[in-house]
Design a protein around this ligand. Sequence first.
Ligand SMILES: [Zn+2]
Ligand SMILES: [Zn+2]
Length: 73
Amino acid sequence: MKCWFCEADARGVCIACGRAVCHHHGYKLDQFTHAKSDTSTGFATYFKAFNVLKCQDCKLEWESWEQGKRIIK
Ligand SMILES: [Zn+2]
Ligand SMILES: [Zn+2]
């Protein structure tokens, strides 16, 4: 598998978009939190990952939820 951005061999896969990236085009995140929220019950589950790989194109947005409503900061 080749890197999405160049012709080098891929070293990993971006956690957000799934594209393969080489050493130069991948970035390591210390922590990645993915939250799943059910608005009808207000129940939220969180998926946490550590030392994950992310490509240069992806921008992760952080969301806050309070009592089933998304808070825009
Ligand atoms: Zn590359
Ligand atoms: Zn990505």
